[in-house]
Design a protein around this ligand. Structure first.
Ligand SMILES: Nc1ncnc2c1ncn2[C@@H]1O[C@H](COP(=O)(O)OP(=O)(O)OP(=O)(O)O)[C@@H](O)[C@H]1O
Ligand SMILES: O=c1[nH]c(=O)c2[nH+]cn([C@@H]3O[C@H](COP(=O)(O)O)[C@@H](O)[C@H]3O)c2[nH]1
Ligand SMILES: NC(=O)CC[C@H](N)C(=O)O
Ligand SMILES: [Mg+2]
Length: 534
């Protein structure tokens, strides 16, 4: 019997901070399972969750306002440790009888916290020492309000020049508050602090590791599926590839994958997917050549949203047709991961009066998604990666024996080159883009830059520009190169690729791709520009 990897669990209550996902990732990195829930979770839900500890996140609101979000009272009745971070500390202070005031100016960025009293949370952590030999930590702050009066039972454990009560603790109840953000890497000892909280103070065992996650998923899949047959949409991307490897281990011949070649894949991608899965791993993969069908449907279509919808609809049609042909398919598997779940659930922050303050997750583009399948498909959904972050998915992919290049490849959107060819999609444009993209990626790998970029690709611009080559005039299309650095793909910074490298790529593309006469490099950040161009 495998260990119950979910039994030792931490509850993270989200007050709308930018960094709530980071808190969860740090807790997971210390080997402990956790879930993020909205701050207005009911008392019953809190009790039913069975947390060994609770973390209250930061947030944009101010507890000095009436009707500001507060933690459910049940968390203070569970008898488990509570850690409040920033807004979380402020609401904890106020709810337990302390006082919070709005400061005149916001404190944003680097700060040093001096440990002014012993505290289990900080014990032994030190970046510097002050004149009296007390430990000093380098931390990152982002707040306007501050705790001015401690609640009964608490002592001040850390202070900065501008915030005397930068950390507080009530050791008898195991309640802790920090005004700074331990979840960001700028807080050097932040990971240790969070690990200390979940492992030592909450007493959670480190059960959340790749081996245990795999064993647990396999046994859950077997239980769910029984002897039924499963259809998986396999793209060759990270998520669906890991699902394929996992399901192959769990249910073997009951799994059939459908790989749709819509003619908008990268160079050699189709063959590579078949090679890896069908030949090497012995997974049953049906390759559907649907290039003509997709291109035909996209003919004359220039609007990005309409193109996305057409592609999404055709995907669904192909999956439906294939499952009908196979018969006896009861499940549709997909590579949904935890950020997809959080992002689709947590749009905006709900206020106590029921209104919703605008959140980050506004719909900018309809991401192609198998989740948009019609109800009447009667297929049940199987989503074994629903609880995992991308880095966890990658780790279990490696553990399951997938090639490293596949697991660490850049994400590739479902609509593929369809959203990287601006405006109308044609076979000629797709062929030109494929060639240019392959040169770019090949050079990135050759120069050891691929792994330093989070996502890199070429974009086809259907405008023409004059060039002179071999004394002749050319009047051809333009390629834009994009490379971004990002952790969560919600925000991104353009990569500072070396000039010499860009020069080499540009020259190769113009010389080798007949039909391209100019190359540009995209230096837009997200926001405001999104990662893809459409
Ligand atoms: N060409 C395709 N053929 C079959 N299914 C596909 C195809 N493209 C996308 N899908 C399905 O859509 C899902 C969502 O695509 P998405 O790109 O988010 O994930 P992925 O391709 O598995 O991983 P990555 O994010 O690394 O690209 C995939 O998990 C897969 O089930
Ligand atoms: O599966 C997908 N279907 C889509 O329709 C889609 N659109 C964008 N992306 C990927 O999502 C990330 C963020 O992209 P944007 O900044 O362009 O919104 C980037 O990694 C994009 O490649 C998609 N993935
Ligand atoms: N980052 C935060 O949690 C900020 C909390 C609160 N909004 C403040 O400004 O103090
Ligand atoms: Mg993909």
């Amino acid at each position: 019997m495998a260990v119950d990897i979910h039994a030792h669990r931490i509850l993270i209550l989200d007050f709308g901070a930018q960094y709530t996902q980071l808190i969860a990732r740090r807790v997971r990195e210390s080997g402990v399972y956790c879930e993020i829930h909205p701050w207005d979770m009911s008392d019953e839900e809190v009790r039913a969750f069975g947390a060994r500890g609770v973390i209250l996140s930061g947030g944009p609101e101010s507890v000095t306002q009436i009707h500001s979000p507060a933690a459910p009272n049940a968390i203070f009745e569970l008898g488990v440790p509570v850690l409040g971070i920033c807004y979380g500390m402020q609401t904890m202070a106020q709810q337990l009888g302390g006082r919070v005031t709005a400061a005149v100016h916001r404190e944003f960025g680097y700060a040093q916290v001096t440990m002014v009293a012993p505290c289990r949370l900080f014990d032994g952590l030190r970046d510097h020492s002050d004149a009296q030999g007390r430990a000093v930590l380098d931390v990152w702050m982002s707040h306007g309000d501050r705790v001015d009066e401690l609640p009964p039972g608490f002592v001040a454990t850390g202070s900065t020049n501008s915030v005397p009560l930068a950390a507080m603790a009530d050791e008898s109840r195991r309640y802790y508050g920090v005004q700074f953000h331990p979840e960001v890497t700028h807080t050097l000892q932040g990971m240790q602090l969070l690990e200390r909280f979940v492992r030592e103070i909450c007493g959670c065992e480190a059960r959340w590791d790749a081996d245990n996650i795999i064993a647990d998923s396999i046994s859950r899949v077997r239980e769910q599926v029984g002897s039924d047959h499963v259809l998986l949409g396999l793209s060759g991307g990270v998520d669906s590839s890991v699902v394929a490897a996992l399901l192959h281990q769990a249910i073997g011949r009951q799994l059939t994958c459908v790989f749709v070649d819509h003619g908008l894949l990268r160079q050699g991608e189709g063959d590579q997917v078949m090679e890896t899965f069908a030949r090497h791993m012995g997974v049953r993969v049906i390759r559907v050549n649907a290039e003509e069908r997709f291109l035909e449907a996209l003919k004359g279509e220039e609007a990005p949203e309409r193109k996305r919808k057409i592609i999404g609809r055709l995907f669904v049609e192909v999956f439906e047709e294939e499952s009908a042909k196979l018969q006896g398919i009861h499940w549709l598997a997909q590579g949904t991961i935890y950020p997809d779940v959080i992002e689709s659930a947590g749009a905006g922050i709900k206020m106590p009066d029921g209104t919703v303050r605008a959140g980050k997750a506004q719909m900018i583009k309809s991401h192609h998604n198998v989740g948009g399948l019609p109800e009447n498909m009667k297929l049940k959904l199987l989503e074994p990666l629903r609880e995992l972050f991308k880095d966890e998915v990658r780790r279990i992919g490696v553990e399951l024996g997938l090639p490293r290049e596949m697991v660490y490849r850049h994400p590739f959107p479902g609509p593929g080159l369809g959203v990287r060819i601006l405006g109308e999609v044609t076979k000629r444009y797709a062929d030109l883009l494929r060639k240019a993209d392959a040169i770019y990626i090949e050079e990135l790998r050759r120069h050891d830059l691929y792994d330093r970029s989070s996502q890199a690709f070429a974009v086809f611009l259907p405008v023409r520009s004059v060039a002179v080559m071999g004394d002749g005039r050319r009047y051809e299309y333009v390629i834009a190169l994009r490379s971004v650095e990002t952790i969560d793909f919600m925000t991104a910074r353009w990569s500072r690729l070396p000039y010499e490298f860009l020069e080499r790529v540009a020259s190769r593309i113009i010389n080798e791709v007949d039909g391209i006469s100019r190359v540009t490099y995209d230096i837009s950040s997200k926001p405001p520009a999104t990662i893809e161009w459409e």
